[in-house]
Design a protein around this ligand. Structure first.
Ligand SMILES: [Zn+2]
Length: 222
């Protein structure tokens, strides 16, 4: 399955510039592991960034920069059976842990030490470097579970690893990334059969709408 929900241009640009909060950047890296389309767009942005930087610094764009930029653009990784296989795990592998996250945590999806978070929801918080802000965690949501309606105090990225969920934006399957900004309020519902395992990153805590969800928030830490 090739992802159908991708990273926004703003997010890719910020990733290219290195300005994203660590948990958000981690989810971007995991989606890039699987998405050739976003990798290609990122390469273009890296190229534009290099050109702009030289311009901002006042120097005329050198032949060397242009050659480097062209080289980067032209060395787009060709579509090979290896790449196709690399994207396929979302649809076929029994595991589903993104390679970038496996390298960082050493965990397979089957080995995650899930903890209870709320009825029908388990989680595993991923430790971040001390200087990092925000939150990065794996969430396992039981089939048919409806999450509390909420908005976000900042950027939120969610990458689906297994199963699916549906909200006002659409249906998100394995490999898809939900790139939400502060404007969006949503109420995800996990797939009726498979449920949903996802990797969720937030810059700041979510804003829950219901009184019970708001009361629970200090305890669950989201
Ligand atoms: Zn993508």
């Amino acid at each position: 399955m090739t992802p159908t929900h991708h990273l926004s241009a703003d997010t890719l640009m910020a990733f290219s510039a290195g300005t994203l909060a660590a948990p958000i950047a981690a989810v971007v890296a995991c989606h890039l592991d699987y998405c050739a389309a976003c990798r290609a767009r990122l390469r273009e942005m890296d190229m534009i960034g290099a050109l702009l930087l030289e311009k901002v610094n006042g120097a005329p764009i050198s032949v060397r920069t242009l050659a480097t930029a062209r080289y980067k653009a032209e060395t787009v990784v060709p579509e090979t059976p290896v790449l196709a296989t690399a994207r396929r795990p979302f649809a076929t592998a029994s595991n589903g842990m993104p390679p970038a996250l496996k390298r960082y945590t050493g965990l397979d999806l089957d080995d995650v030490p899930w903890k209870w978070l709320a009825p029908g929801i388990q989680h595993h918080r991923i430790a971040l470097p001390e200087v990092s802000t925000g939150d990065l965690r794996l969430l396992k949501i039981k089939p048919g579970k409806k999450l509390p309606e909420h908005g976000h105090g900042g950027m939120e990225l969610t990458l689906i690893l297994k199963g699916a969920y549906t909200d006002c934006v659409g249906r998100f399957r394995a490999g898809d990334v939900a790139d939400l900004d502060e404007e969006i309020e949503h109420q995800p519902i996990a797939d009726e059969t498979e449920g949903c395992i996802c990797l969720a990153a937030t810059e700041r805590p979510a804003r829950y709408k219901g009184p019970i969800a708001r009361l629970l928030q200090p305890f669950v830490g989201m």
